[in-house]
Design a binder for this molecule. Structure first.
Ligand code: PEP
Ligand code: MN
Length: 337
């Protein structure tokens, strides 16, 4: 971090500022840089504990220049090897293509078993399904709750697919730690910091979705909340962001995939279902996600989308999913290093 001082900054004020920084941050190297008209203070080391805005507020500070990222644990700079997540006998981030598939929400034993069997036979590596649903309307189906979790466990037993499901609040954290393979943190909870802190302490694999209006840096700072609690196995999910465009439910920010790849060692997953909101757009955007370097996909598949209790319009049928997996494998083969 570099503090650019105002031209009229007085010597004793500068010394006072330096003393103050020394007191607050012990392992930081402080360097005074004197230009012809402008003086600067360079701060090298872990500056994450220093408040940039507090410096900006000071009369003798003209501006604050950030040199390195505020996220350290998620940063590729401090961890140049890609993180490979091993869960339920599968690997994510090892160069293979991980496909997470299943309905938006668990609706019945028959429904989840039928879809789980279908996606398993098509080559999915994980089963998704919401037991607790974050719905925009309080009158919409809210999910089956713990009964839905039980059904996911039955489906896992019958198919061998590890389960990915969303934790909405801390109320059921113990059940999720015990029963779930990958804990999903939804877009609406990406900045629920108390939730992130507790989930991080659980050290379980986490699928963290990008918030509806969050920047990539905010996604990485949310990751930092999980990682500073001790979690290491985190995958980041691009699921579309809010823009002025109304032709799609969200705008799929596929550039986030290669951008994340330059910034973090964690695997990146693409969600073309929430990213577009329409079933016929899932295939092209899933293929594009793989083409631009995603480690995996999370796709909503329903055996009767027209009767789905949630997100039927963006769910593909098992038949479409089957054809898509064949194409995904070909694209993955073409772009893998
Ligand atoms: C979901 O995966 O069903 C979901 C609600 O996703 P998001 O949090 O991305 O909206
Ligand atoms: Mn959904």
């Amino acid at each position: 971090m570099i503090l650019v001082l105002t031209p009229n900054a007085k010597k004793d004020e500068i010394n006072k500022l330096i003393e103050n920084i020394e007191k607050r941050a012990k392992n930081i190297v402080i360097q005074r840089i004197k230009g012809e008209n402008t003086e600067m203070i360079g701060l090298a080391g872990d500056t994450s504990g220093l408040d940039r805005d507090a410096f900006r507020r000071m009369d003798i500070v003209d501006s604050v220049v950030k040199v390195s990222e505020p996220y350290k644990l998620a940063s590729l700079r401090f961890h140049p090897e890609p993180t490979v997540i091993a869960v339920g006998g599968r690997k994510i981030g090892d160069g293979s293509l991980s496909i997470i598939a299943g309905p938006c929400s668990v609706e019945s034993e028959e429904q989840i078993l039928s879809i789980a069997r279908d996606v398993a036979s098509c080559g999915a590596s994980f089963l998704r399904g919401g037991a607790f649903k974050p719905r925009s309307s309080p009158y919409a189906f809210q999910g089956m709750g713990l009964d839905g979790l039980e059904l996911l466990m039955i489906a896992r037993n019958k198919t061998g697919l590890p389960i990915v499901t969303e934790l909405l609040s801390l109320e059921y954290l113990d059940e999720f730690i015990r029963d779930v393979d990958i804990i999903q943190i939804g877009a609406r909870n990406m900045q629920n910091f108390p939730l992130l802190k507790e989930v991080g302490r659980a050290k379980k694999p986490v699928l963290l979705k990008r918030g509806l209006s969050s920047t990539i840096e905010e996604l990485l700072m949310a990751t930092e909340y999980l990682m500073s609690g001790g979690a290491t196995d985190i995958m980041l999910c691009e699921r579309g962001i809010r823009t002025f465009e109304t032709a799609t439910r969200n705008t799929m920010d596929l550039s986030a995939v290669p951008v994340l790849k330059t910034k973090t060692h964690l695997p990146v997953i693409v969600d073309p279902s929430h990213g577009t909101g329409y079933w016929h757009l899932v295939e092209p955007m899933a293929l594009a996600g793989v083409a631009c370097g995603a480690d995996g996909l999370i796709i909503e598949v329903h055996n009767a989308p027209q009767y789905a209790l949630c997100d039927g319009q963006q769910s593909i049928t098992p038949e479409v999913f089957h054809g898509l997996v064949q194409k995904l494998e070909r694209v993955h083969e073409a772009v893998r290093k």
